[in-house]
Design a protein around this ligand. Structure first.
Ligand code: BGP
Length: 456
């Protein structure tokens, strides 16, 4: 029987694609960031000029799927209005090339690179104009790439939206702002509507395709068996993981979210049309995709600004897990957590799951004289996580659609650090983005060829 499990890797446009000033692309918020910080997002890993070579490398590893995002401002330079035919042609070429190599594109519609014009005009997802533009953009994607793309993802890590409401807007709001909570919930609600509108349009326009959400897993354990710590971990999991998924799965804000809005004096701007979209069964996703890098520990009490707290992620003032090792970036290494998380997801929502980000980002990769990188640490990390995926599928019976580790070809980190590398392929950013196969490249090829069984 043909193996249908998707093996591959994952990227996003602003971190990987480059070609920022070519092909009629308009600026996104990352172009503004480039002006301010000097991080050359407009070049990134230069997939724009290397895509044929990159797809050949993926095919050599045996990829059957590749996750990438479409840069909204390449299709619509100002985010709305007339479509840019060169942008359409570029993505059509990439998808066609992937298909020619037997690789399914898994395409994220929104991976944070908000068109700058929409920030200036509507304050990003703070305004309904952006929502209208997003729907037009999605409908264009579904019409133009029908037959080429079978798997779509909506909003990258949308569940972090309430924690970081200004993330797509470039206009930072202070929590002391009197309208902060209203702004926070309005923009969050608009991103949730963006998800529903995309799912509904996809189901109506290309019923053969599958579309899912993309969330950041934030699995928390209690720091001790003290039931108060257990409750603290539960509260974290509810707030960061389950509240949003409950909303996407049912079309309703759950009681915790309703309460949070009530207490903050927030009234959402929804009309009958939006409510109809939320209630429509066509707006329900087909699967859940997620990123998984680490787990955290929580304990009872005020975690935020607690002097004892070891904050491993800026959003969660979490505690270190004494049972786990950490990466050099302080992220715990917890393959069992991946299995736990997928079981939780499936038990709660009964939807297939897809791992679309996982991996070890390190500064340790050294290009040797013979053009290799000896990255055993990466192999060791991935081996254990793939074991966890195998066990989740075979022993726990969870339908897992695929495993697409992050940054399969080196790219810029979310914060613009190009020394934090994840890839099977090394990119020499200082010399024309030349590509080199790392040791993990050959290892992953063997893993894929054996259907995930040969992990040595
Ligand atoms: C996720 C993002 C990715 C990616 C990844 C790794 O949050 O969806 O865009 O960057 O994290 O994080 P970092 O780049 O900080 O190592």
């Amino acid at each position: 029987m043909k193996e249908t499990f998707l093996w591959g890797g994952s990227t996003s446009a602003f971190q990987f694609e480059g070609g920022g000033h070519e092909g009629g692309k308009g600026p996104s918020i990352y172009d503004r960031r480039e002006e301010k910080t000097g991080v050359t997002y407009s070049v990134a890993s230069d997939f724009y000029h290397h895509y044929k070579e990159d797809i050949a490398l993926m095919a050599e590893m045996g990829f059957t799927a590749f996750r990438m995002s479409i840069a909204w401002s390449r299709l619509f330079p100002t985010g709305e209005g007339a479509v840019n035919p060169e942008g359409v042609a570029f993505y059509r070429d990439v998808f066609t090339e992937l298909k020619a190599h037997g690789i399914e594109p898994v395409v994220t519609l929104f991976h944070w690179d908000m068109p700058l014009a929409l920030v200036e005009k509507y304050d990003g997802f703070g305004g309904k104009g952006t929502l209208r533009a997003f729907e037009q953009y999605c409908r264009t994607c579904f019409a133009e790439f029908d037959g080429l793309v079978k798997y779509w993802l909506t909003m990258n890590e949308n569940n972090l939206g309430l924690l970081m409401p200004s993330m797509y807007s470039n206009r930072k709001r202070s929590k002391d702002d009197p309208d902060y909570a209203q702004y926070q919930w309005n923009s969050y609600h608009n991103t949730v509507m963006a998800h529903f509108l995309a799912v509904k349009a996809c189901h109506e326009m290309i019923p053969d395709a599958k579309i899912g959400c993309m969330m950041a897993s934030a699995l928390a354990y209690p720091l001790s068996p003290d039931p108060r710590d257990v409750r603290a971990a539960q509260a974290h999991n509810q707030q960061v993981n389950w509240d949003e998924l409950d909303l996407l799965a049912t079309g309703h804000y759950n009681r915790r979210m309703e309460k949070a809005m009530r207490e903050a004096g927030v009234t959402l701007e929804t009309g009958a049309a939006e409510q109809a979209v939320m209630a429509d069964p066509a707006s329900r996703m087909d699967f859940i995709s997620f990123s998984y890098y680490y787990s955290v520990c929580m304990r009872d009490g005020e975690n935020k600004n607690n002097a004892d707290a070891q904050t491993i992620q800026m959003m969660y003032a979490a505690y270190e897990n004494p049972c786990l090792q950490k990466s050099s970036f302080g992220w715990t290494i917890d393959p069992m957590g991946l299995r736990i998380f997928m079981n939780e997801l499936y038990d709660r929502y009964r939807l297939p799951v897809m791992v679309v980000e996982n991996g070890l980002g390190v500064k340790d990769d050294v290009l040797t004289g013979d053009g290799r990188v000896h990255d055993n640490y990466r192999i060791a990390y991935l081996r254990e996580h793939i074991r966890a995926v195998n066990a989740t599928r075979a022993e726990d019976g969870v339908p897992v659609l695929g495993y697409l580790p992050w940054g399969c070809i080196d790219l810029y980190s979310a914060g613009g650090d190009r020394t934090k590398r994840y890839g099977f392929v090394y990119v020499d950013f200082d010399h024309g983005c030349k590509r080199y196969r790392k040791d993990s490249f050959y290892w992953y090829k063997k893993v894929i060829a054996s259907g995930g069984r040969d992990l040595d």
